[in-house]
Ligand binder design. Sequence first.
Ligand code: URP
Ligand code: ZN
Ligand code: ZN
Length: 469
Amino acid sequence: MIPEFDLVIRGGTIATSGDIFDADIGIRDGKIVALGLDLARGQDEIDATGRLVLPGGVDAHCHFDQPTLDGSVMADDFVSGPRSAAFGGTTTVIPFASQKKGESLRAAVDDYHRRAHDKSVIDYAFHLIVTDPTPQVLGQELPALIREGYTSFKIYTTYDDLKLNDREIIEVLALSRREGALTMVHAENSDAIAWLTEALERAGQTAPRHHADARPAIAEREATHRVISLAEIVDVAMLVVHVSGGEAMDQIAAARAKGLRVFAETCPQYILLTADDLDLDGFEGAKHICSPPPRDTASQKSVWRGLANGTFQVFSSDHAPFKFDSDTGKKLHGEGASFAHVPNGIPGVETRLPLLFSEGVGKGRISLNQFVALTATNPARLYGLYPRKGTIAIGADADLAIWNQTREVKITNDMLHHNVDYTPYEGRTVTGWPETVLSRGAVVVRDGRLMAERGHGQFLKCGAPDLQL
Ligand code: URP
Ligand code: ZN
Ligand code: ZN
């Protein structure tokens, strides 16, 4: 007799964003087709007794093989980035196809598909980065791309080669309203940062720690307030990415209290690092240069509060991988370079889920359901991948992570699977680790070994954002 299921995951405790219950999971053709007790035997079986079975994570903010303009090179491509994500319990990644000013958006998307083709072990979608919203881009390219499954795009208020002015931001927001897409905003005041940077450099204050002085919380607060105001004028939803602390959060919470559809994302660096981590001996602090910068312990507490009280809907890695000891990474301009010339970004795609599980669920700061919502269900909903991704339900893809919730793991860079030569979380011990990870019913990671071939991952077209969060 042919077994009813290709695979049964038996005896685990399932957690979704809304429920926790004991059930077996029956999988056929890569989909979840049954949830129940004592399911019939499958062709294969995984014993999950005593384990948690969670939806695979959706990392909605990571950078892989993204071209840069300053000669730096991202350390992770579509082989090592998604591989590292999978080892950390993530089964869907959404990196960025970034438009260069003067280039068409379509060219950026085509280039990014070439970079990703046949490499990823897990499924992936693309956000777009819009840097040059010409009439052609806004009138033709972007509407066509949205219809083809690229329904979210990031815009910047900072970085000379990326930033938009207020009029351009309004035009992009208006386009996202017309076409039913979601705009993500990097909110920091560019001119304030430029003025502070020049003053610091004139005073010879160029060590990595001054990166935090050049990009203060006020600059983030101002830009957050401004983009929320612009979205209110246009009457459209938007999402603020990588929010670092209470100043910007207050703007977001006030907007939400008014009924505006403002969504927000935060990242591991804002609950676990502070500006002191930029003040390590020599050039070591450059490892932690990212924007916005990590702030202080009061900001960490604010971010935890926001994760628990719903100010944040999404917890992403913002994995932006640059090697430390490399002239295409953090040392692009040498060890004595000003902070202003150090590539921005830190790695974290593999450690995102274990860190939040251990520090959040393990320490009672957030519930297990909130953990699933923040790391899988909400990003899948906001970026139009739900219910195929981000949940455990009949008909969903069998993207699952089986967690040993009591296993203690000391994080070291040696044990990670990215291509970066450091982790900001070196030596930190976490409790809870995803031991078995499945993508569309296929085991990708088991007991520390990669089981899937590169190219197993498929490109995902995103649908309309679900803004009912
Ligand atoms: O410093 C950061 N966050 N680098 C990555 C690019 C971005 O702005 O997200
Ligand atoms: Zn950003
Ligand atoms: Zn980023």
